[in-house]
Design a protein. Sequence first.
Length: 140
Amino acid sequence: MLTQYGPGAGEGAGAGNVIAERQWSPDNIPPRPVSASLGLVLREWRAIENAGALIGRATAELPDGLVISDIGLFCKDGRCWAQLPAEPQRDRDGQILKDDRGKAKYRSALRWRDRGLQDAFSSELIMAIERLHGRLGGEP
């Protein structure tokens, strides 16, 4: 949303001093090109066995210095993906909330702006792990 200010736009001291002010919300931020590398660096990889679709946990650093720990890596039906850290949702008594299938419900304080960035992050992290540690998901 672009808010315009100018002469006569308001009353009082300072009115009209601001020419244009851009207000960003998650819905109107211009998309970043997904094809460009996110430039992440793999800091740690811990494989996990016998945990269902969860195959490991990673730590990655983004170019701006943000380090994200406890990233879950999952593989199921020949597809692998990364999931930002999440914690189980709890009720007032501290009990873990379950969905209709009886599985724990999770929430994450972090999220990508759009699916394209999420997919690029997953792809880049998986490629970094596979370069150093071999193919994920138990496939040759």
